[in-house]
Design a binder for this molecule. Structure first.
Ligand code: SAH
Length: 366
């Protein structure tokens, strides 16, 4: 899953004005995301609020080879998981995962999609001669009726930036609780969030310190806000100063919705003398049901995906020596007012030779 969320690369290439216009505000979009009028009547305003109705966002996801090819490999190389099974595709988009499942011999696939793209998915299914195997249902998972009481397989690409942004995981858990047969499988079934630390003086200067002096004026009130918004961008492997630590693994086949809110301790050990400007979060997902385990990582050392990484700038610059350790904890929870936003609380301390710091920072992905 993706969204038109802001990120530094877009700002660099598009200019901030345009970027402001293309950014989907999920709190505004929530209603219209699933309830817009018929495709023919759609205006540019609808597209603004109904990002998944436009093919552009699906193009980005489909062209994310790491993402789409992993799902294809899971299905084509493990046909026994799908063959003769009833499959539910949660958030089908263009229907790509349903098409893979149909080709792998599914008995029937229910492709549920709430945006206008559902109409297009129907057309795609028809033009590929698979209408007898795939039924596209337009509507929210939480509101639709399925013509069958149970399904054998639930497949979904629900992952957002920082894994949990947009909170579509809840939709998958809802579908699992309601329709998955005992012993049925969820694809993917594991997702893990990791943390590392980077040197990022140049970008921090550009994105955060910039506000200290804007054409001679003090706009540092914006700096205080800017630092609370995690940035989605690609981090170069050379920027990494410490090792990486696993924060949390979620078992999609067993977890409860509340398990997506958690506090995880971490210890990051410096691999060289450097300065640290930000912590970076990324995730991986795996399909452990496969004959040979398949998965992919969105980490800075892996092939880039449209999820990039999530950068959390620190108020302090941490001057760290090789072998020294940043200890801390990260708490993650959906925002109470707008559950599609994520609240992050980061506490960190370094008791090093050149730097002694202990601080807590709050962030919000919106
Ligand atoms: N499965 C497609 C699309 C993934 S993006 C692919 O892999 O390319 C996630 C999709 O889920 C979006 O198209 C979005 O509109 C849809 N979606 C999000 N929440 C939903 C819900 N509650 N019910 C139905 N569809 C939902």
């Amino acid at each position: 899953m993706t969204s038109t969320k802001n990120n530094h690369n877009e700002q660099e290439s598009n200019g901030s004005d345009q970027n402001q216009n293309t950014k989907l505000r999920l709190e505004d979009a929530d209603e219209s995301m699933c309830d817009a009028d018929a495709a023919d009547d759609i205006t540019s305003a609808d597209y603004y609020f109904d990002s998944y109705s436009h093919f552009g966002i699906h193009e980005e996801m489909l062209k994310d080879i790491v993402r789409t090819k992993s799902y294809q490999d899971v299905i084509y190389k493990n046909k026994y998981l799908i063959k003769d099974k009833i499959v539910l595709d949660v958030g089908a988009g263009t229907g790509i995962l349903s098409l893979f499942c149909a080709k792998a011999g599914a008995a029937h696939v229910y492709a549920v999609e709430c945006s206008q793209m559902a109409d297009t998915a129907k057309e795609i299914v028809k033009s590929n001669g698979l209408s007898d195997v795939i039924t596209v249902l337009k509507g929210k998972i939480e509101e639709i009726e399925l013509p069958v009481p149970k399904v054998d397989v639930i497949i979904s690409e629900w992952m957002g930036y920082f894994l949990v942004y947009e909170n579509m995981l809840d939709t998958v858990l809802y579908a699992r609780n309601k329709w998955l047969v005992d012993g049925g499988i969820v694809l993917p079934d594991k997702a893990s969030l990791y943390l590392t630390a980077i040197e990022d003086a140049h970008y921090k200067e550009d994105k955060v310190e910039f506000w200290n002096n804007v054409y001679g004026f003090d706009m540092s009130c914006i700096k205080r806000r800017a630092i609370t918004e995690p940035l989605v961008d690609t981090v170069d492997g050379n920027q990494i100063v410490t090792d990486s630590k696993l924060l949390k693994t979620m078992d999609i086949s067993k977890m409860a919705s509340e398990d997506a809110s958690f506090t995880a301790p971490f210890q990051l050990v410096a691999k060289r003398n450097d300065q640290i400007h930000a912590l970076v979060a990324y995730f991986d997902v795996s399909f452990t049901m496969c004959h040979k385990m398949i998965g992919f990582s969105t980490g800075p050392k892996s092939r880039a995906t449209h999820w990039k990484q999530t950068v959390l700038y620190l108020e302090d610059v941490l001057t760290i020596c090789e072998g020294e350790m940043i200890t801390g904890s990260m708490s993650i929870a959906p925002n109470k007012k707008n559950p599609r936003d994520v609240d992050i609380k980061l506490s960190y301390s370094l008791n090093g030779q050149h730097c002694k710091i202990s601080r807590t920072q709050l962030y919000r992905m919106r």
